[in-house]
Ligand binder design. Structure first.
Ligand code: ADE
Length: 412
């Protein structure tokens, strides 16, 4: 099969990006050292749909070093870094992805990596699983299992599994402790602000920042906004999360109220139409809109288009919408801002998420699981956390046998 990337001559820059993060992904390196010799994925095909940037590329390289034949595409039409995609070819990974794919091209790339007839899949957001179930059911018999990276994908998988329609085992990497506690919270917290600041070059301190959604990602975005000196407002639909946000020191409002005073809006809900026509009408001149959720549905772009008398690109990754003589600024076309206009989460954090991905595939290869959605086993979750601590030279206490007895015994 022919690979398809934007421009193979970009490889040099991509190789530098991969080289930079290589030794910062200590968990992946430990997994490589532990398993490389036994080649546990020898002769196995792994098809990956993930945001294609340097850290992802490095995981694909490790899977190859564990014996797999690897095929990869991006999990969002705007998040693939063309130089990294080109560089990955030099490592012998099969790539079908470029930044700016149309919906049709995005779909074709998914098909391409499935044409390889995978034994394992890695998905981010559920598009690969959905395609296999809807359009490529002939592949199901060969698939041993897969792993899902993100909250949105797990929500889709749960719906599929609840209706007994999930046809192979999928590991919910997103729900492992060593994933969501760090990737969703600190990863999103840092990468979203990195993307907003590097693209706008504006001050955050003193601004009213509205964060829609106080899940693990929203918590991270709000915490970092607070650290940057913003006045943070949370909007929520979940009463418990709203109380949590209140007790974390934030103001809680409806989007109706927040839309009148916000300077920067960030959606992290996983739901659609969170900011829509009625909110755009109330917003102040100059308000900045960014989405950090998986799909570009949280900010209603059709509504923005229909209200605007003029739309223009004012800076890379920022479009202005002229609405009744005020300008609203939309970042990265409403695609997830940290990847479409940034480099994604920091390497040391993706290291844990991708360590879980690789160990999940190894677990699937060693255990014959029935179709369904599975939690990552605690042993794997803890192994990743311990590897990470070790790599950072952090030693923690151990329970004595008397303490273990004490904890296990109800008769004190
Ligand atoms: N890099 C690769 N995948 C990512 C993800 N899901 N979130 C943030 N950064 C990433």
């Amino acid at each position: 099969m022919e690979n398809k990337v934007k421009d193979k001559t970009l490889a040099k820059e991509g190789l530098k990006k991969i080289d930079w993060i290589k030794d910062k992904m200590a968990v992946l390196n430990k997994i490589k050292d532990e398993y490389c010799q036994e080649q546990p994925l020898f002769n196995k095909v792994v098809s990956i749909c993930l945001h294609l940037e340097a850290k992802t590329a490095y995981m694909a390289i490790i899977l190859k070093e564990l014996g797999a034949e690897v095929y990869i595409t991006g999990s969002n039409p705007l998040s693939t870094q063309n130089d990294v995609a080109a560089a990955l070819l030099e490592y012998g990974v099969n790539v079908y992805s470029w930044r700016g794919e149309t919906e049709k091209e995005y779909n074709e790339s998914l098909d391409k990596i499935l044409d390889a007839k995978p034994d394992f899949i890695i998905d981010d957001g559920g598009d690969l699983v959905t395609k296999i179930h809807n359009d490529r059911p002939e592949l199901i018999n060969k698939i041993i299992g897969g792993a899902e990276e993100t909250t949105t994908g797990v929500v889709r998988l749960k719906a599929l599994d609840d209706s007994n329609m999930l046809k192979f085992p999928m590991m919910s990497v997103n729900d492992a402790n060593s994933k969501y506690l760090f990737d969703n919270r600190y990863g999103t917290g840092q990468s979203v602000w990195d993307a907003i600041m590097r693209n706008t070059n504006l001050v955050v301190a003193g601004k009213n920042v509205v964060v829609a959604g106080y899940g693990w990602c929203g918590k991270g975005v709000a915490k970092r906004a607070n650290g940057l000196g913003a006045k943070v407002i949370i909007t929520e639909v979940d009463p418990f999360k709203a109380i949590e946000a209140k007790m974390d020191g934030f103001r809680i409002m409806t989007m109706d109220d927040a839309s009148q005073i916000g300077d920067i809006f960030i959606t992290v809900t996983g739901c659609k139409d969170v900011i829509n026509k009625k909110h755009f009408k109330k917003m102040k001149d100059g308000a900045i809109l960014a989405n950090a959720g998986h799909f570009n549905v949280e900010i209603n772009i059709d509504d923005l288009d229909s209200l605007a008398t003029e739309i223009k690109e004012v800076r890379k990754n920022i479009k202005s919408y002229d609405i009744n003589n005020k300008n609203l600024y939309l970042m990265a076309q409403g695609r997830l801002v940290n990847l479409a206009a940034g480099d994604g989460h920091p390497a040391e954090i993706m290291d844990m998420s991708f360590g879980l991905q690789v160990l999940s595939l190894l677990y699937l290869s060693e255990n014959d699981l029935l179709p369904g959605l599975y939690k990552v086993p605690d042993l794997i979750d803890e192994k990743v956390a311990r590897y990470w601590l070790e790599a950072n030279n952090i030693v923690i206490d151990q329970l004595s046998s008397e303490q273990i007895d004490y904890l296990m015994n109800w008769e004190l």
